[in-house]
Write a protein that binds this ligand. Structure first.
Ligand SMILES: Cc1ncc(COP(=O)(O)O)c(C=O)c1O
Length: 474
């Protein structure tokens, strides 16, 4: 492809992008293809001769698009959103056009300095301590691994980096509701998942601080070495909030590293009334959240903040001859995370923050919380449904429970799975579930960029209609 063809096709793609977003509801949200169908439809090997863009694009439309799940449809409620926005998409176009690999200051000074600027901006906007510094990773999983590695090295005077871990007695603590990425990180840092201690939760599914302190004391008495506590600001199942302030005090009392996983809910901190939940944060050590979940920035974009960035770089830095920089004093983000090569993620965040401004971003978050309140009220007043957890910010947890039928819990689980599957098969909505007290519960985080009262009403009408059909057939 020459540069003139590139120009022509790029213009065509912009038109396609417009049509896609303008007509997103015409696609079934959850792809309907069968396992292996896409693979089997594709050529068995790389073509001998290069093919035209036109032909490749035709296959993209005919073979790839049917296998896409449409995360940007406003009736997408599964998992957590990965919401993008038009300024973010435009920035992604520039990022791939420039194609810079931003591992060091030298390899694109603007990328490094913009990354420092946008992470500082968000730190201040969210009310994180002003001396903390941030870095942009692809995902929260990576931030958590970096945090636990730092905790491990700090405990061992940075010796396990060189000597490996001997006679491991280290322990990490998180609640039973903490995300699986924590356990995975514990496995990866080499201390073994049996040393990840899952703490009981309170009735609101937040970490039980008394149980946490009890387990820490038991471990110390038995010769174990607590290295880190992970608290969750917004759990995955129900967006429940651990008491960050109390956990900060506890971790400080026992001098244990404290990391806060706010992957999803961290964005809510831009709204002032939520800042009281992190007033002791200066006693913690690290914090992460994903603008790619709930702050209008295309996947991937996860911000990891640390109180003392020197501990992070001391844990991760490595300086082979071929990567020596021109100036020792400058920041090289390659030493702030796991991978060497880095995308220019700061650009899309900068486009988003400037396009919406503080007012627009707060309005966006509050709109979702209000829509969730609106839907929660509807569900509460419907006798065929029950709310299974108090509404946390923009998350609703509920289940289908026909009032005039006598169901055992097991039947209700089956019934709810049936409802979810029927809803997802309509192609007009995508929802997923969790278990609360071992009972299947539907979860609906309202966080799509394009969610409004109309889409929420549409979704609820569909849920009602589908559940009524199930009632009539039983
Ligand atoms: C609370 C929490 N932490 C961590 C993660 C992992 O996020 P990532 O995919 O960015 O690694 C998730 C994903 O949903 C999450 O909900």
């Amino acid at each position: 492809m020459n540069i003139n063809q590139f120009k022509k096709e790029a213009h065509n793609l912009v038109d396609w992008m417009f049509e896609y977003h303008n007509n997103i509801k015409k696609y079934p949200i959850k792809s309907k293809v069968k396992p292996g169908e896409i693979y089997d439809s594709l050529q068995s090997s790389i073509p001998e001769d290069g093919e035209s863009f036109e032909k490749i694009f035709q296959d993209f439309e005919n073979k790839i698009m049917p296998g896409i799940t449409h995360w940007q449809n406003p009736n997408f409620y599964a998992f957590f959103p990965a919401n993008n926005s038009f300024p973010s998409i435009l920035a992604e176009m520039l990022i791939s056009t420039i194609g810079a690999q931003c591992m060091m200051w030298d390899t694109s000074p603007a990328a490094t300095e913009l990354e420092e600027k946008v992470t500082d901006w968000l730190r201040d906007f969210m009310g994180l301590p002003s001396r903390w510094k941030g870095v942009i990773n692809d995902t929260a999983s990576i931030g958590t691994i970096c945090s636990l590695l730092t905790a491990r090295e700090l405990k061992n005077d940075f010796k396990s980096n060189s000597d490996g871990i001997n006679n491991n007695r280290y322990r990490v603590y998180g609640s039973k509701e903490a995300h699986s990425s924590i356990e995975k990180a514990v496995k990866i840092i080499g201390i073994g998942s049996k040393n990840y201690i899952k703490i009981n939760t309170n009735s609101d599914l937040s970490i039980d601080i008394n149980d946490l302190e009890k387990k820490i004391n038991e471990d110390i008495n038995n010769g174990y070495v607590p290295i880190a506590i992970i608290s969750t600001f917004g759990t995955t199942g129900t967006v429940s909030f651990d008491d960050i302030n109390k956990t900060c005090l506890l971790a400080n009392k026992y001098k244990i590293w404290h990391h806060i996983d706010a992957a999803y809910a961290g964005s809510v901190l831009i709204v002032d009334e939520y800042k009281k939940y992190i007033k002791n944060l200066d006693l913690a050590d690290s914090f992460l959240f994903n603008p790619h979940k709930w702050l209008l920035t295309n996947f991937d974009c996860s911000l990891y903040y640390v109180k003392d960035h020197n501990l992070l770089t001391k844990t991760l830095e490595i300086h082979p001859e071929y990567l020596k920089s021109s100036n020792k004093k400058i920041k090289n983000y390659k030493d702030w995370s796991l991978q060497l090569g880095r995308r220019f993620r700061a650009l899309k965040l900068w486009f988003v923050l400037r396009t919406y401004g503080k007012k627009g971003l707060k309005k966006y978050i509050l709109n979702h919380i209000n829509l969730a309140k609106y839907l929660n009220k509807k569900i509460k007043s419907d006798k065929n449904f029950e709310i299974t957890c108090n509404q946390n910010i923009n998350m609703i947890n509920f289940r289908f429970r026909p009032y005039n039928a006598n169901f055992k819990n097991l039947d209700l689980d089956t019934l709810n799975f049936d409802l979810i599957s029927k809803l997802n098969n309509t192609g007009e909505i995508y929802i997923s579930h969790t278990k609360i007290e071992d009972k299947v519960s539907i979860r609906m985080p309202i966080g799509s960029t394009f969610a409004d009262k109309k889409t929420v009403d549409e979704s609820w009408d569909l849920i009602k209609k589908t559940s009524n059909n199930i009632i009539q057939k039983n």
